[in-house]
Write a protein that binds this ligand. Structure first.
Ligand SMILES: [Zn+2]
Length: 506
């Protein structure tokens, strides 16, 4: 135990004492979790000292330390079930940050001007180069889902949208199609800029680098994104308009077209392999073998996310997702103080959610208990959005038969229920998806996803920007409500009599 740890534990106790009258502490039912308790944890996690909680940074070390020591101070034990790695599950990642690129184009021996600021490249290795006439492959696949061309050694240009072949079954998504092209030996895989994302935002994101699980590290030597005007200029060289190209590529039997422009692409990329970590604590239950409940949220954010000249370089991620971790800390504190539950309750902070749910996917492949033993997974993400009293919405409504229970628990706490399925729009954008995809009953319940106007106001302004900071105006009423909701939900699901939970799949 370090000095700072002791200090923090005392602060937590002092905080609890200041909120509860002495007599109440002696009783079994503590006061509800308050906004002040939630705020105190966000203030720590989203402070500049934590450097925006980037995986593999000094901010990771601080964040993991804070989470594990705070949970331990409440009485949780390590939940990794791995004596070699108490508390912290190593998650092997590979990070790539491009720092230089060169793009040259020639047609019939003459230089062609391509707007280089409309090309964003990243290499697989510290130095990569690819030359040749690009092959426009449309969506890259045939209606049966297999590649539509021999791409070995080629520079490939692919549409980033979802392929829409009439009557075709579920087709591989963009990342899978990029992987298929890379695995087939493409020298470079260029994609058109996805719709709906401003180029400046996309570029900032690409410059920030990519992270992948080491176990899923498939990419072509060069990967790139082309701004609309650049991809259109290249397609025009083959007498294709952008609209034409999309329509033609969606016709079964589409034949890829070589574009009569010779590209010479070169990249310089910083490549780093390292272990990040999921942090996992546990409140042991009284009935071993009765299964487990998992509460999770992602601890990571984008770290130091702006270049040196920027005034504010730190993406603090106060709402996304210091707020969710603050809820998991306060919930653990209340549950640890209450009567011991039947089932083991795990608390997990995942890494690299912002880079594609990487920590959650790693956990789903390397769970600390068999996935079939996890009766329910409750994800908590981006909760400081709604004021107190917001209706309870459910990401995952109608997906796994838990709606009735959540609605009942919410109503028993005096909350109203938002019973539409609007919140399901976020189902793939949160860690619960990685578990749900493997058959774990997984939900995200709370007030943030009931008021789409409030949520969109956040998503279209400070979201993923240095401005996602804790201020006096940050709404924490809904977060405190949701923390209390998760105390009750967890007690319900961890109670074998109240929630017998028929065995699930694997
Ligand atoms: Zn995010």
């Amino acid at each position: 135990m370090t000095q700072t740890f002791r200090h923090r534990a005392l602060t937590a106790l002092a905080l609890a004492a200041s909120i509860l009258p002495i007599t109440a502490q002696a009783q079994s039912k503590p006061a509800p979790i308050s906004e002040a308790e939630v705020r105190a944890h966000i203030a720590q996690l989203a402070s500049d000292a934590f450097e925006g909680r980037g995986p593999g940074s000094a901010g990771e070390t601080k964040t993991l330390d804070y989470l594990a020591k705070t949970w331990a101070s409440y009485g949780l034990v390590s939940g990794t079930n791995d004596a070699a790695h108490p508390w912290f599950q190593p998650v092997p990642l590979v990070e790539r940050k491009p720092y230089a690129q060169a793009v040259h184009a020639t047609a019939r021996g003459k230089a062609v001007k391509l707007a280089e600021d409309g090309v964003a490249l990243s290499g697989r290795n510290p130095a990569d180069r690819a030359t040749g006439e690009p092959l426009f492959v449309g969506y890259g696949i045939k209606p049966d889902g297999t590649l539509n061309a021999d791409v070995k050694g080629r520079i490939v240009l692919m549409l980033s949208g979802e392929p829409k072949f009439e009557g075709a079954a579920k087709l591989p998504g963009l990342r899978d199609r990029q992987k298929m092209l890379a695995a087939s030996g493409a020298a470079a895989v260029l994609i058109t800029a996805p719709d709906g994302v401003p180029w400046s935002a996309l570029r900032a994101q690409l410059a920030n680098g990519s992270m992948r699980l080491a176990s899923d590290d498939v990419s072509a030597p060069i990967a790139g994104v082309l701004r609309g005007d650049v991809s259109e200029a290249m397609l025009r060289a083959a007498r294709l308009s952008a609209a034409d190209a999309g329509a033609k590529a969606a016709v079964p039997g589409f034949v890829p077209v070589t574009l009569p422009v010779t590209l010479d692409l070169a990249t310089s990329t910083a490549v780093r392999a390292f272990d990040s970590h999921n942090v996992i604590g546990k409140l042991p239950g009284t009935k071993p073998g009765s299964g487990a409940i998992l509460l999770l949220g992602h601890w990571d954010h984008f770290g130091i996310c702006r270049s040196e000249e920027a005034e504010d370089r730190i993406c603090n991620g106060a709402v996304d997702n210091a707020s969710g971790m603050a809820v998991l800390l306060t919930v653990a504190e209340r549950l640890a103080r209450g009567a011991q539950m039947d089932r083991d309750v795990y608390f997990m902070g995942t890494t690299a959610e912002e880079r594609g749910l990487l920590g959650a996917y790693y956990f789903a492949d390397h769970p600390v208990v068999p996935l079939g033993d996890i009766k329910v997974a409750l994800n908590v993400d981006t909760v400081a959005i709604a004021p107190a009293g917001a209706p309870v919405a459910l990401v995952g409504r109608g997906e796994n038969g838990l709606d009735g229970i959540v609605d009942e628990v919410a109503k028993s706490m005096g909350r109203t229920v938002d019973s539409d399925t609007e919140a399901n729009a976020f189902i793939r954008r949160q860690d619960g998806w990685a578990l749900g995809a493997k058959g774990v009953k997984s939900i995200m319940a709370g007030g943030s996803f009931s008021d789409m106007k409030l949520l969109q106001a956040f998503l279209t302004t400070v979201y993923h920007q240095p401005d996602d900071e804790l201020t006096d105006a940050t709404p924490l009423g809904g977060a405190a409500d949701d923390a209390n909701l998760h105390v009750e939900l967890t007690r319900h699901f961890a109670d074998e009599a109240k929630y017998p939970a028929a065995p699930t799949g694997d």
